[in-house]
Design a protein around this ligand. Structure first.
Ligand code: MSP
Length: 592
């Protein structure tokens, strides 16, 4: 086979490449878009990993999908290119792992796939994952895409046949060098070879396989990562990949003998071999956008992958190398998250501590559980799950702080006209120095206005850096600050009938409602139903909920406010009922 330099391939005229934005085509120069917001209006394709069907979904899988969902929902809110957002997900159904799981369950592989794939689809539907496509790798369209991709690699001389010898880990579906294998006592005490990283058993494999010339791609990959410092986020994961690229990059076996692995896509033109499941799986990102038909080019490389840390090497080394090999660009972004443990332990079937996300959605509501996972999940490190933590967080942040704030400002006792009251600039002058005799606002109130005015930008920054939990942390801090504002001015002690009180009372409520409008708008990607309930109660119409229209407290800055004087939406009950009722009973009993 012909050996072609990868560097030459990349710049070679005539190689079919996706529509690469001009700045990226200049070898990922420093002017590349800095995150989803920077590329506002352009197309964006987000992907979740495709999930193995050897076991039922758990909360870690849902977390991966929710991160992708929140990013894509936020992107849609940026309009006007809102329609140009896609979110792909699906199931990874081939490979030794599935073949073995089906055999162990006494099922035909496809029977197992049908069953478990449906569970993932159902879970994501129930959790409000707004995917635009669900792909199964057993679908004919995917088989065609993989075979085409294979052909692209072969025609460029990047596949050779050779003897491949080494350890194979079926659980992780990867080959391992000797240095990454250790011995651990097995069930009857004898030493069993296992992967150092995952602890899963490995077995010695010696076969004639097709081998991808991965070693040729070490330098192009380094160039890509050096040229686009935001390609992999958060930063520690990018550094880890650069570190791997310091080491030798061995060629990669990309097929298995059909005798060992029959559950997969046969190598085109050689039925004795099955395509390696990771090559098969990674191509799903292209199949999802129509590859190999030309339409895929409008979504590639405008694609951001959301993945867990355990599959970083496959996405940040193998996948970009395969893409470069096939004459395509690496993806726009790879966003990496860490894992959930349960009560301090890794989730596993054998420990019996796997948390079923469907039960959590029922128990804590869809929005409640989405909020919990995204508020508490920190991509940079592992997070621990336990039920009390969910109850405590949701009760304090959604029920008490946010729900309480809405209730305080809209309850008929305090807002008898049920309207968005008028803002009085004399009571809350735009600068404390301009204060006249009617001014009632204090330094803390200016701090609140400044904090909420800055919030949308800060939230955008955190989303761009894949730190959604920080965005939520900041929203929550502003909710607390707004409650402090209401508490400070105790509008329930003011009287609508008093000419001295009324303008200030209206202003306090107006400011608090404006803060709530900002919170509701910003929370839409994470808690869509709760945000809808909140914004509907404030009388904010569907066309006024975009991030582009989010103009906080315009009256304070001397502009007209479209909400002032508007009727509030109908009262539809508590925004988020408390999960732990014991405290509400206590409050009722003691009247505090
Ligand atoms: N099939 C591959 C992905 C192929 S993508 C081309 C795979 N599947 S998986 O089902 O094992 O994992 C899917 C996702 O769930 C991965 O991003 C993985 O990191 C994530 N999680 C698996 N366990 C997890 C936790 N305990 N916590 C958080 N996420 C976890 O890998």
């Amino acid at each position: 086979m012909r050996r072609v330099s990868v560097l030459r391939l990349w710049g070679r005229p005539g190689v079919r490449r996706a529509a690469v934005p001009e700045d990226r085509a200049r070898r990922y120069g420093s002017r590349a878009p800095r995150g989803p917001d920077a590329a506002r209006g352009a197309r964006a394709h987000f992907t979740t990993p495709i999930f193995y069907v050897n076991a039922a979904p758990h909360i870690g899988h849902l977390y991966s999908a929710l991160l992708a969902d929140a990013l894509s929902r936020r992107r849609r809110l940026l309009g006007p290119g809102a329609a140009a957002v896609r979110l792909s997900t699906g199931t990874d159904e081939h490979g030794l792992k599935i073949q073995q799981a089906a055999a162990a369950a006494g099922l035909a592989p496809l029977e197992l796939c049908d069953r478990v794939s449906a569970q993932f689809r159902q879970l994501f539907g129930a959790a409000g994952v707004s995917s635009t496509g669900f792909l199964r790798t057993t679908e004919p369209r995917h088989r065609a895409a993989v075979r085409h991709f294979w052909g692209e690699l072969r025609s460029r001389g990047l596949l050779r046949k050779g003897l491949y010898e080494g350890w194979y880990c079926a659980s992780d579906e990867c080959f391992l060098p000797e240095a990454k294998v250790t011995r651990q006592p097995g069930p009857s005490g004898e030493p069993v070879p296992v992967s150092v990283e995952s602890g899963h058993p490995v077995s010695w494999t010696k076969e004639e396989n097709y081998i991808f010339r991965l070693s040729q791609f070490r330098e192009p990959l380094r160039q890509w990562l050096r040229g686009d410092p935001h390609a992999i986020a958060p930063e520690p994961f990018r550094r880890a990949v650069l570190q791997w690229l310091e080491e030798e990059l061995p060629d990669l076996s990309v097929s298995r003998s059909r005798r060992h692995l029959h559950w997969g896509i046969p190598v085109p033109g050689d039925d004795s071999q099955t395509i390696y499941v990771w090559l098969d799986a990674l191509v799903n990102y292209l199949t999802a956008i129509g590859y190999p038909d030309a339409e895929f080019q409008s979504w590639w490389p405008a694609t951001s992958h959301i993945i867990g840390k355990d599959i970083l090497k496959f996405h940040a080394i193998y996948w970009p190398a395969l893409l470069l090999g096939a004459g395509l660009s690496p993806p726009h972004r790879i966003y990496v998250h860490s894992h959930w443990t349960v009560c301090g332990q890794k989730m596993s079937k054998s420990l019996g501590n796997v948390v079923d996300p469907r039960t959590c959605l029922e128990r804590y509501t869809v929005d409640g559980f989405r909020y919990f996972l995204l508020r508490q999940g920190v991509p940079n490190w592992d997070c621990d799950y336990y039920d009390e933590k969910v109850v405590k967080l949701l009760d304090s942040e959604l029920a008490d702080a946010l729900g309480g704030l809405l209730n305080r400002c809209t309850a008929s006792r305090i807002n008898p006209s049920g309207t968005y009251p008028a803002f009085c600039p004399a009571c809350f002058p735009s600068e404390p120095g301009l204060a006249g005799p009617s001014a009632r606002a204090r330094a803390d109130d200016y701090a609140l206005v400044n904090a909420v005015a800055a919030l949308p930008q800060q939230v955008a920054h955190h989303y761009d850096h894949f730190q959604i939990y920080k965005a939520l942390e900041q929203v929550s801090a502003c909710v607390r600050q707004t409650n402090g504002f209401v508490q400070r001015h105790a509008p329930w002690t003011l009287n609508w009938e008093s000419p001295a009180d009324a303008p200030w009372l209206g202003t306090v409520l107006h400011v608090a409602l404006e803060c709530l409008r900002v919170f509701g708008t910003l929370l839409q990607p994470v808690t869509p139903h709760l945000a809808d309930k909140l914004l509907s109660r404030l009388g904010v119409s569907a066309t006024e909920r975009g991030l582009g229209e989010l103009c906080f407290l315009p009256r304070f800055y001397g502009h007209a406010c479209p909400f002032e004087g508007r009727k509030l939406g109908p009262e539809t009950g508590l925004l988020f009922p408390r999960l732990d009722q014991s405290r509400s009973r206590l409050v009722k009993a003691h009247g505090t």
